[in-house]
Write a protein that binds this ligand. Structure first.
Ligand SMILES: NC(=O)c1ccc[n+]([C@@H]2O[C@H](COP(=O)([O-])OP(=O)(O)OC[C@H]3O[C@@H](n4cnc5c(N)ncnc54)[C@H](O)[C@@H]3O)[C@@H](O)[C@H]2O)c1
Length: 277
């Protein structure tokens, strides 16, 4: 539980890595003293940037994704995190592979833009399963390993939509508000064990998740697609720019460092002034 104590026992891995996409491991992986991270949604956008950055910081990274990229950063692990067993499996795979877990970054996400009266129940259920239940399950299954880390970090990529709402995003906004409640609870439970829990809350980031919603936003707002960026996406930003994935990864790296220790139970908002209004 000490942030300064260098000693920590290894953690025996409970199972195999069914989703690993193959060898590709370096001799460095799993070496004693090297910190290990699990990042979800690591094949694209923010998760990919986080996996790259944590690797650069010297960590072993299990890069979990529905469609993992064997050429991407980290050890690729395939998992559909809307399936509860796949969350347990991802944690087991990290422990099997690295023998420890110090940093968990629940990041995988999807969006659905639709007025509430047309919002499909199955999209609501899938979004809640991925954005809220998966972080809970990752915490549940990694908790014991995190307790054994001398610097344990649970860093959820939430959203400014965990703090404020936008129309036509009922499931996403509800799940992101919910995950902030989870982070606060984990911060209180983790305090005695040296585990911090933090929610990173970015405004719009330049990723496929944003690009994919342009058409739906145009339909929902009754706008031509070419107006969506300016009239919808950038409208709440005081600074009319998109955040870059590497900027979010930089915040995660800071939170994972010793300097991030006090940022527990809190949203870390990076929103170009959105919530200043
Ligand atoms: N892009 C933004 O503007 C923005 C802003 C704030 C917060 N976020 C949050 O950041 C996170 C990452 O978003 P992004 O913009 O990088 O998206 P992205 O679409 O670029 O990447 C999401 C990744 O999640 C994976 N994924 C989707 N469903 C999955 C499942 N069932 N199981 C496992 N993996 C799955 C995808 O394959 C993809 O690689 C999300 O939680 C999102 O809500 C994004």
């Amino acid at each position: 539980m000490s942030e300064t104590s260098p000693s920590r026992p290894g953690h025996p891995g409970p199972g195999a890595d069914p989703g690993s996409t193959g060898p590709g491991e370096s001799a460095e992986r799993g070496v004693p003293g090297r910190r290990a991270a699990l990042v979800t949604g690591a094949a694209s956008g923010i998760g990919r940037a986080v996996a790259e950055r944590l690797e650069r910081e010297g960590m072993d990274v299990l890069a979990v994704d529905l469609r993992p990229d064997p050429a991407g950063p980290g050890v690729a692990h395939e998992a559909d995190l809307t399936d509860p067993d796949a969350n347990a499996g991802a944690v087991a795979a990290a422990l099997e592979r690295f023998g420890r877990l110090d940093v968990v970054v629940p990041n995988a996400g999807v969006q659905h833009v639709s007025p509430v009266d047309e919002f499909p129940l199955e999209r609501w259920d899938a979004i809640l399963a991925l954005l809220l239940r998966s972080p809970f399950l990752l915490a549940k299954h990694s908790w014991e390993a995190l307790r054994q880390s001398d610097r344990a970090r649970f860093i959820v990529i939430a959203s400014v939509h965990g703090l404020v709402a936008s129309p036509f995003k009922a499931a996403y906004v509800s799940a992101k508000h919910g995950v902030l409640g989870l982070v606060k609870t984990l911060a209180l439970e983790g305090a005695a064990h040296g585990i911090t829990a933090t929610a990173v809350c970015p405004a719009y980031v330049r990723t496929p998740l944003v690009e994919k919603q342009i058409g739906d936003q145009a339909r929902a707002h009754g706008l031509p697609p070419e107006r969506v960026l300016e009239d919808v996406i950038l409208a709440p930003h005081a600074i009319k720019e998109l955040i870059e994935p590497a900027e979010v990864a930089g915040v995660v790296a800071f939170l994972a460092s010793p300097a991030g220790r006090a940022f527990t139970g809190a949203p870390v908002t990076m929103d170009y002034g959105w919530t200043a209004r």
